[in-house]
Design a protein around this ligand. Structure first.
Ligand SMILES: [Zn+2]
Length: 184
Protein backbone atom coordinates (compact mmCIF):
# COMPACT_ATOMS: atom_id res chain seq x y z
CA UNK A 1 0.00 0.00 0.00
CA UNK A 2 2.86 2.34 0.77
CA UNK A 3 4.44 1.82 -2.64
CA UNK A 4 1.10 2.24 -4.43
CA UNK A 5 0.48 5.46 -2.57
CA UNK A 6 3.82 6.99 -3.42
CA UNK A 7 4.77 5.35 -6.72
CA UNK A 8 3.34 8.16 -8.82
CA UNK A 9 5.01 10.93 -6.84
CA UNK A 10 8.58 11.45 -7.92
CA UNK A 11 10.95 13.14 -5.58
CA UNK A 12 9.44 12.04 -2.28
CA UNK A 13 10.86 9.28 -0.13
CA UNK A 14 8.53 8.04 2.62
CA UNK A 15 9.75 6.41 5.79
CA UNK A 16 7.23 4.18 7.50
CA UNK A 17 7.30 3.91 11.27
CA UNK A 18 5.09 1.88 13.53
CA UNK A 19 4.38 3.53 16.86
CA UNK A 20 4.35 1.81 20.21
CA UNK A 21 0.56 1.60 20.01
CA UNK A 22 0.72 -0.15 16.66
CA UNK A 23 -0.39 2.65 14.35
CA UNK A 24 1.60 3.60 11.28
CA UNK A 25 2.97 7.04 10.61
CA UNK A 26 4.90 8.30 7.62
CA UNK A 27 7.68 10.81 7.41
CA UNK A 28 8.12 12.23 3.92
CA UNK A 29 11.45 13.50 2.64
CA UNK A 30 11.99 15.54 -0.50
CA UNK A 31 14.77 13.85 -2.48
CA UNK A 32 14.95 16.34 -5.34
CA UNK A 33 13.57 19.70 -6.37
CA UNK A 34 10.36 18.77 -8.07
CA UNK A 35 6.86 19.92 -8.69
CA UNK A 36 4.51 17.89 -6.50
CA UNK A 37 1.09 17.62 -8.11
CA UNK A 38 -0.62 16.15 -5.10
CA UNK A 39 -2.02 18.87 -2.83
CA UNK A 40 -2.55 16.44 -0.01
CA UNK A 41 1.15 15.61 0.04
CA UNK A 42 2.02 19.30 0.02
CA UNK A 43 -0.21 19.78 3.03
CA UNK A 44 1.46 16.92 4.88
CA UNK A 45 4.89 18.36 4.12
CA UNK A 46 3.84 21.83 5.22
CA UNK A 47 2.42 20.41 8.41
CA UNK A 48 5.51 18.40 9.25
CA UNK A 49 7.85 21.27 8.43
CA UNK A 50 5.92 23.69 10.63
CA UNK A 51 7.52 22.02 13.62
CA UNK A 52 5.15 23.53 16.17
CA UNK A 53 3.42 20.33 17.18
CA UNK A 54 4.58 16.76 16.77
CA UNK A 55 2.61 15.19 13.91
CA UNK A 56 -0.04 12.81 15.20
CA UNK A 57 -1.44 9.78 13.42
CA UNK A 58 -5.19 9.51 12.84
CA UNK A 59 -5.54 7.05 15.72
CA UNK A 60 -3.68 9.44 18.03
CA UNK A 61 -6.01 12.28 17.00
CA UNK A 62 -9.09 10.08 17.51
CA UNK A 63 -7.91 9.42 21.06
CA UNK A 64 -7.89 13.13 21.97
CA UNK A 65 -10.70 14.59 19.81
CA UNK A 66 -14.47 14.07 19.89
CA UNK A 67 -15.89 12.33 16.80
CA UNK A 68 -17.23 15.69 15.55
CA UNK A 69 -13.88 17.43 16.16
CA UNK A 70 -12.11 14.61 14.29
CA UNK A 71 -14.55 14.84 11.36
CA UNK A 72 -14.00 18.58 10.98
CA UNK A 73 -10.38 19.13 12.05
CA UNK A 74 -8.83 16.00 10.52
CA UNK A 75 -11.26 15.12 7.71
CA UNK A 76 -12.04 18.69 6.57
CA UNK A 77 -15.70 18.50 7.49
CA UNK A 78 -18.09 21.40 8.03
CA UNK A 79 -20.57 21.99 10.85
CA UNK A 80 -24.14 22.85 9.77
CA UNK A 81 -24.66 26.61 9.30
CA UNK A 82 -26.09 28.45 12.27
CA UNK A 83 -25.47 25.64 14.75
CA UNK A 84 -21.98 26.45 16.03
CA UNK A 85 -21.30 27.37 19.64
CA UNK A 86 -19.39 30.52 18.63
CA UNK A 87 -21.50 31.68 15.67
CA UNK A 88 -23.14 34.44 17.72
CA UNK A 89 -20.54 34.65 20.48
CA UNK A 90 -19.04 38.08 21.17
CA UNK A 91 -17.21 37.85 24.52
CA UNK A 92 -13.73 39.35 24.79
CA UNK A 93 -10.95 36.82 24.59
CA UNK A 94 -8.98 34.52 22.34
CA UNK A 95 -10.07 31.60 20.16
CA UNK A 96 -7.60 28.72 20.23
CA UNK A 97 -7.25 25.61 18.06
CA UNK A 98 -9.45 22.79 19.42
CA UNK A 99 -6.80 20.34 18.26
CA UNK A 100 -3.60 21.73 19.75
CA UNK A 101 -4.49 24.83 21.79
CA UNK A 102 -2.57 27.35 19.67
CA UNK A 103 -4.15 30.86 19.82
CA UNK A 104 -5.62 31.54 16.35
CA UNK A 105 -8.00 34.53 16.51
CA UNK A 106 -8.67 37.45 18.83
CA UNK A 107 -12.24 38.46 19.61
CA UNK A 108 -11.37 41.97 18.41
CA UNK A 109 -11.23 40.62 14.82
CA UNK A 110 -14.58 38.80 15.00
CA UNK A 111 -17.50 40.34 13.16
CA UNK A 112 -21.14 39.63 12.34
CA UNK A 113 -21.18 38.25 8.82
CA UNK A 114 -24.58 36.57 8.99
CA UNK A 115 -23.13 33.55 7.18
CA UNK A 116 -23.88 31.05 9.95
CA UNK A 117 -20.32 30.42 11.09
CA UNK A 118 -17.90 32.45 13.23
CA UNK A 119 -16.30 35.11 11.01
CA UNK A 120 -12.99 36.89 11.58
CA UNK A 121 -11.36 39.53 9.40
CA UNK A 122 -7.82 38.55 10.42
CA UNK A 123 -5.90 35.83 12.23
CA UNK A 124 -3.12 36.08 14.80
CA UNK A 125 0.01 36.50 12.60
CA UNK A 126 1.40 33.16 11.42
CA UNK A 127 -1.18 31.08 13.27
CA UNK A 128 -3.28 30.19 10.22
CA UNK A 129 -2.07 28.72 6.91
CA UNK A 130 -3.79 28.93 3.54
CA UNK A 131 -4.13 26.22 0.90
CA UNK A 132 -5.84 26.00 -2.50
CA UNK A 133 -8.98 23.86 -2.20
CA UNK A 134 -10.48 22.68 -5.50
CA UNK A 135 -13.03 20.30 -3.96
CA UNK A 136 -16.73 20.33 -4.90
CA UNK A 137 -15.97 22.01 -8.24
CA UNK A 138 -15.03 25.29 -6.53
CA UNK A 139 -11.81 27.24 -6.15
CA UNK A 140 -11.60 28.14 -2.48
CA UNK A 141 -8.87 28.92 0.01
CA UNK A 142 -8.81 26.47 2.89
CA UNK A 143 -7.43 27.65 6.22
CA UNK A 144 -5.67 25.36 8.68
CA UNK A 145 -3.95 25.68 12.03
CA UNK A 146 -0.27 26.18 11.14
CA UNK A 147 0.88 24.25 14.18
CA UNK A 148 -1.14 21.03 13.84
CA UNK A 149 -2.64 21.20 10.34
CA UNK A 150 -6.20 21.03 11.69
CA UNK A 151 -8.88 22.17 9.25
CA UNK A 152 -10.54 25.43 10.33
CA UNK A 153 -12.68 26.47 7.36
CA UNK A 154 -12.15 28.79 4.38
CA UNK A 155 -11.20 32.41 3.81
CA UNK A 156 -13.10 34.62 1.37
CA UNK A 157 -11.93 37.98 0.03
CA UNK A 158 -13.60 40.96 -1.56
CA UNK A 159 -17.12 40.40 -0.29
CA UNK A 160 -17.50 44.03 0.73
CA UNK A 161 -17.73 43.65 4.49
CA UNK A 162 -16.74 46.93 6.20
CA UNK A 163 -13.67 45.47 7.90
CA UNK A 164 -9.99 46.52 7.67
CA UNK A 165 -9.05 43.55 5.44
CA UNK A 166 -12.23 42.80 3.45
CA UNK A 167 -11.53 39.15 4.22
CA UNK A 168 -13.82 36.69 5.97
CA UNK A 169 -12.24 33.77 7.78
CA UNK A 170 -15.23 31.43 7.92
CA UNK A 171 -14.33 29.06 10.77
CA UNK A 172 -16.11 26.05 12.23
CA UNK A 173 -16.93 26.54 15.92
CA UNK A 174 -15.96 22.91 16.45
CA UNK A 175 -12.39 23.77 15.40
CA UNK A 176 -12.14 26.42 18.13
CA UNK A 177 -12.08 26.81 21.89
CA UNK A 178 -12.73 30.16 23.52
CA UNK A 179 -10.53 31.53 26.29
CA UNK A 180 -12.16 34.37 28.21
CA UNK A 181 -9.76 37.30 28.78
CA UNK A 182 -11.08 37.77 32.32
CA UNK A 183 -10.49 34.13 33.28
CA UNK A 184 -7.14 33.71 31.50
ZN1 LIG B 1 -3.86 23.30 15.94
Amino acid sequence: MVSLFTASIRGIRPTLRTTARGSNSYTLHLTQRTFIPNLQIQRILTRNMSGGVKAKSDSEWRAVLSPEQFRILRQKGTEPAGTGEYDKHYEEGVYTCAGCGTPLYKSTTKFKSGCGWPAFFDAIPGAVSRHVDSSFGMQRTEITCTACGGHLGHVFKGEGFPTPTDERHCVNSVSLNFVDDKKA
